[in-house]
Write a protein that binds this ligand. Structure first.
Ligand code: FUB
Length: 345
């Protein structure tokens, strides 16, 4: 939801209309990546703080420094904050902006995937490893080779292959990688180097991971989202095109790629037949929340599906002070996701 519409909100009333409440209130959390490991829910969120950085369209005010993992016995039980799991000061290659993370389990080890700005100001994606789902995590000394941009989401397919989806435009720098190398030219504006409105939209990326989950096993490829005519969505189609916040879940044998549309504030999804796509646009998952960003994950627990998401209602609309929430998500008889309104009309 854009900043100018927030000035008119009565937050007491809004909270009464909210379909769910923050999972924790003692810290701000965002970008929840939820997984079920050993029958328990683990949420890997960003840990929002107010570092005093100026607001800008590059997201400099999202100046997060560490990660806290939340755990829950079920979607309705209390969430536990398991404390500091990884701090930017412990990551040799990273300097700042520990943005949206994700995690995966393999052979009893847990892998935290996270983006951060390296010392040269370029976003890279790193991995840190632990014997426990809640950390503490030991980072690899270098970022993943050939990684770039933000918002890693790691999906384990039924054949045991792990894929990373990633990328984000504007502050996420994806538009600077169009030629395959980082374009460091001025201006620093988030709107520079984007495709024209009538050109195919910039795509999220996908790369298969190596067996040890520490590197890409292949060159990242485009995650193409198509329209009703099987044509790629255009950059000017801002209500539907990819902006950031990739996620992948599988339902009834189909692959559902979901994402945020950023400046139009929707969570949308598209359906494909394999992890690489193409994915055909299928609709909206979540209408705009309070706060500029929208970011989520979709996770099954027992026989139901859940949407983990965030909003800025607890901070009364401060865009970089968000709170993680959860609500049930329903696939209808045709496999389409019923659109969720975060606040009852
Ligand atoms: O939390 C920082 C950034 O905001 C994330 O990386 C984006 O997806 C957006 O939620």
């Amino acid at each position: 939801m854009p900043e100018d519409s927030i000035a008119h909100i009565d937050f007491e009333e809004l909270n009464k209309k909210a379909i769910s409440q923050p999972l924790v209130k003692h810290i701000y959390t965002a970008d929840p990546s939820a997984h079920v490991f050993n029958g328990k829910i683990y949420i890997y969120p960003s840990h929002d703080v107010d570092a005093g950085d100026a607001f800008d369209d590059l997201g400099s005010h999202f100046a997060m420094e560490d990660y806290h993992i939340l755990s829950m016995d079920s979607p309705t039980s209390d969430a536990v904050d398991n404390g500091n799991a990884l701090h930017v000061n412990d990551v040799p290659w990273a300097s700042k902006q520990m943005w949206a993370p994700d995690a995966a389990e393999k052979d009893g080890k847990y892998y935290l995937f996270f983006p951060a700005k390296a010392h040269d100001g370029i976003f890279r994606i790193g991995v840190a490893v632990s014997d426990s789902p809640v950390g503490p995590f030991t980072p690899q000394p270098e970022a993943i080779k050939n990684s770039f941009s933000i918002d890693p989401a790691v999906y384990k397919d039924e054949d045991g292959t792990y894929y990373m989806y990633f990328g984000g435009i504007w502050g996420g720098q994806l538009q600077r990688w169009r030629s395959g190398t980082f374009n460091a030219e001025q201006p620093e504006s988030p709107f520079a180097f984007l495709p024209e409105a009538n050109e195919p939209a910039l795509c999220a990326k996908i790369a298969k991971l190596t067996d040890d989950l520490l590197e890409f096993a292949e060159e990242p490829k485009d995650v193409v989202i198509t329209d009703e005519n099987d044509e790629p969505l255009l950059q000017g189609d801002t209500d539907r095109r990819f902006f950031e916040a990739s996620w992948l879940h599988k339902y009834n044998g189909k692959y559902y790629f979901s994402y945020s549309t950023g400046d139009t504030h929707y969570l949308c999804y598209a359906i494909g037949d394999n992890p690489y796509g193409p994915f055909k646009y299928a609709g909206r998952i979540l209408e705009p929340v309070v706060g500029w960003t929208s970011h989520h994950s979709i996770c099954a627990f027992e026989d139901k599906w859940y949407l983990f998401y965030h909003d800025s209602s607890l901070s009364k609309g401060v865009t970089h002070l968000r709170s993680v929430k959860v609500t049930e998500l329903v696939h209808d008889e045709n496999g389409l996701i019923k659109t969720i309104k975060p606040y009852i009309d």
